[in-house]
Design a protein around this ligand. Structure first.
Ligand code: HH2
Length: 285
């Protein structure tokens, strides 16, 4: 497909708008049996397509398809299993909606197969560090990429929460990864940064990143916040389970937008698109 038509062109236009104040909503489509909130919900292609069509109608600008749960303690599926989960769903969702698809993976082989199947963007929670082939792939593909901060592996990341200043440390790391991406040939306008809420962070560190998100947004790249339904919110809401953390997600999303976030990655698209519309209007952007 030519670069500037279809979902690829639409995503380029959306990211241009995001740099001038529009907030984009990324709907989460986990094709996993074990995701912390929606595990098993979209595990077959038919259910995933239904979920995708619904989220697109509810206002998702991007659909994020992932085949690996990265919740604390999760084990990585085999490459064959991740490909088996992700590729048919990307193909089916691309056929069913015109909404740009992002593939949430740390593996270059999965990213490449998903791009071939119709995805327009790569979302790598390892910040292009897990797989040495990922950075060259993204540069070659010329697609947008979300670089997220984490440490270690999902299985052990909650033992890696020692920072001197979590916001300064995450900011410096994200900048170094963005510089590495640019040096490898990724255009700056295709780079999105994400502080990685819930990834190798204590609850207090997650909150500090939201409170001081402006320091990361000031780097000049669009910033994504992915706090949807995460356990820090459950803690603040008296132990509520994931599906009862809507208000917490709304609060963090609105404050993140006020502090410079350009994208929010959420499960509850209809509700959060409305939160984003109001927060975007209030924020001086
Ligand atoms: N969080 C998760 C997965 N991918 N990508 C980005 N860019 N930012 C995030 O914060 C982020 C992400 C984890 O959440 P979820 O997909 O809901 O759960 P699971 O990893 O259990 O599938």
């Amino acid at each position: 497909m030519p670069a500037q038509t279809g979902p690829n062109g639409r995503l380029t236009d959306l990211l241009k708008d995001a740099r001038t104040g529009r907030v984009l909503v990324m709907g989460i489509l986990n094709v996993t049996p074990d995701s912390f909130s929606d595990g098993g919900l979209h595990f077959d292609a038919t259910a995933a397509v239904e979920g995708a069509v619904r989220m697109a109608a509810e206002g998702a600008h991007i659909l994020d398809v992932g085949g690996e749960s990265t919740r604390p303690g999760a084990q990585q599926p085999t490459e064959a299993e991740e490909l088996r989960r992700v590729v048919p769903v990307v193909r089916a969702v691309a056929e069913a909606t015109g909404t740009p698809i992002s593939v949430d993976t740390r593996r270059a082989s999965v990213a490449e197969a998903a791009l071939d199947a119709g995805a327009a963007m790569v979302n790598d929670v390892s910040g292009l560090c897990h797989d040495p082939a990922m950075l060259p792939l993204v540069a070659r593909a010329g697609c947008p990429v979300c670089i997220m901060h984490m440490r270690g592996e999902p299985a052990d990341m909650q033992r890696a929460t020692g920072y001197s200043d979590v916001v300064a440390d995450v900011r410096a790391w994200l900048l170094s990864r963005a510089m590495a991406a640019e040096a490898a040939g990724v255009a700056p306008e295709r780079i999105i940064l994400d502080p990685g809420f819930g990834f190798a962070k204590t609850p207090e560190q997650n909150l500090a990143l939201v409170r001081r998100l402006r320091e990361i947004a000031d780097l000049g790249y669009p910033v994504l916040m992915g706090a949807s339904r995460k356990s820090t919110l459950g803690l603040l809401l008296g132990g509520s389970p994931p599906e009862e953390r809507l208000e917490g997600t709304a609060a963090v999303s609105a404050i993140s937008i006020a502090n410079g976030a350009s994208l929010i990655r959420v499960h509850d698209v209809r509700f959060m698109a409305r939160v984003a519309a109001v927060a975007q209007a209030v924020a001086t952007r």
